[in-house]
Ligand binder design. Structure first.
Ligand code: BGC
Length: 393
């Protein structure tokens, strides 16, 4: 029997990328020294080819980020050539009938800011506002959506608590707290700057939300889950709830928590029956749970990222279908979800793991800079083009 799940009219279908992960040639940011990305996917020069494929695959929205270190390579000095290049990129998307979702900050800082302490520097929100206002003034007519900051949570935990992203500090509570606070301020300032330039333009933040549940239902576990869920998913979103026109959801993780008598006292006990190449559990129902929880804000929701590392492309097609099935249920139950952007259009530079994990709808050969369209991308294209998911069972 066939079952059809239609998505709302005008639903946006696409994929997401970020500057440092795909562009190549970025040598002036906080990642460049310890984790050089080299040519990456050479997106900077070959964007038209990639956008052609996105269009062929039936995508009608594309998310990319602007590289701060290109636009403001020296403190207070903006580079019109960089802006002009982004203008051409955004125009190229529009010329293909693809809407643009433009992120102002996706994990990279210019070196001049890094030297001052990055997001721990108390003036960092003001620096960001100055850059954001410049970029928005220059590019607003070509951006259909603005995303201020990508994943403030991950972008402060990884560098300051887990020591995995530059500047690789471990358990630096001051670094974590001050950078999180400043990123939240940066979001608020940039949001207001966007609104001053164009009050009608939708602007929001993209955050990494997980679905958290207890392994056992004893009082201590329930308490633990509440605390963890608050810190991980709610604190920031409550703090910025009045400064956003939509909620950007990046969904990757399910976290089943249990407590333990031994340090670090919290353990993750996921079922892990189905995992990505990185060992991340695949749990599509979590997307529904996360999104349902957004209903109370009464704002449109966009899935700004959702994907998995799957080099051999064994799981991706089912992964997309299963997540969309659950997303559709949230829509049926009244959540105003307006778009789904897969992470990512193409394999790219995966931060501390460099060119290991493969998240792309396109499989990249980084040596020759060639690519192949993975079969799952064709499956996803059928859904994008039909604006519906056809389930056979
Ligand atoms: C980030 C991406 C990253 C992806 C896969 C997301 O949290 O926004 O930059 O590549 O996860 O790890």
């Amino acid at each position: 029997m066939k079952k059809e799940l239609s998505f709302p009219e005008g639903f946006l279908w696409g994929a997401a990328t970020s500057s440092y992960q795909v562009e190549g040639g970025i040598e002036n940011c906080n990642w460049s020294k310890d984790f050089p990305a080299g040519k990456a996917c050479d997106y900077w020069n070959r964007y038209e080819e990639y956008f052609d494929i996105a269009r062929e695959l039936g995508q009608n929205v594309h998310r990319l980020s602007l590289e701060w270190s290109r636009i403001e390579p020296v403190e207070g000095q903006f580079d019109p050539a960089a802006i002009q290049h982004y203008r051409l990129m955004l125009e190229a998307l529009h010329a293909r009938g693809i809407k643009t979702m433009v992120t102002l900050w996706h994990s990279t800082n210019p070196l001049w800011l890094t030297e001052k302490g990055g997001w721990t520097h108390m003036a960092s929100p003001a620096y960001f506002e100055r850059y954001a206002a410049y970029a928005v003034r220059e590019l607003d007519e070509l951006a259909d959506f603005w995303i201020t900051i990508n994943e403030p949570g991950i972008s402060t935990t990884m560098p300051y608590l887990l020591g995995m992203f530059p500047p690789r500090h471990k358990y630096d509570l001051w670094g974590w707290g001050s950078s999180l606070y400043n990123l939240a301020q940066a979001h608020k300032r940039a949001y207001r700057a966007i609104k001053r330039i164009n009050p009608d333009k939708p602007a929001g933040m993209a955050e990494n939300y997980s679905f958290v549940e207890p392994q056992y239902k004893d009082p201590l576990s329930l308490l633990l889950v509440r605390v963890w869920d608050f810190l991980r998913n709610r604190m920031l979103r409550e703090y910025v709830r009045r400064e956003q026109d939509f909620i950007g959801v990046n969904y990757y993780f399910h976290e089943r928590l249990a407590w333990d008598l031994k340090y670090p006292f919290i353990v993750f006990r996921n079922r892990n029956k189905l995992v990505s190449d990185r060992g991340h559990e695949i749990f599509p129902e979590g997307l529904y749970r996360v999104v349902k929880d957004m209903k109370k804000y009464g704002l449109p929701v966009y899935i700004t990222e959702n994907g998995l590392a799957d080099k051999e492309d064994k799981l991706r097609a089912a992964f997309i279908r299963d997540h969309l099935k659950w997303l559709h249920r949230a829509i049926r139950e009244g959540v105003d979800v307006r778009g789904y952007l897969h992470w990512s259009l193409l394999d790219n530079f995966e931060w501390e793991m460099k060119y290991g994990p493969c998240y792309g709808l396109l499989a990249m050969d980084f040596e020759h800079l060639t690519y192949e369209v993975r079969p799952s991308a064709r499956e996803y294209a059928k859904i994008c083009k039909a604006n519906k998911l056809i389930l056979e069972n």
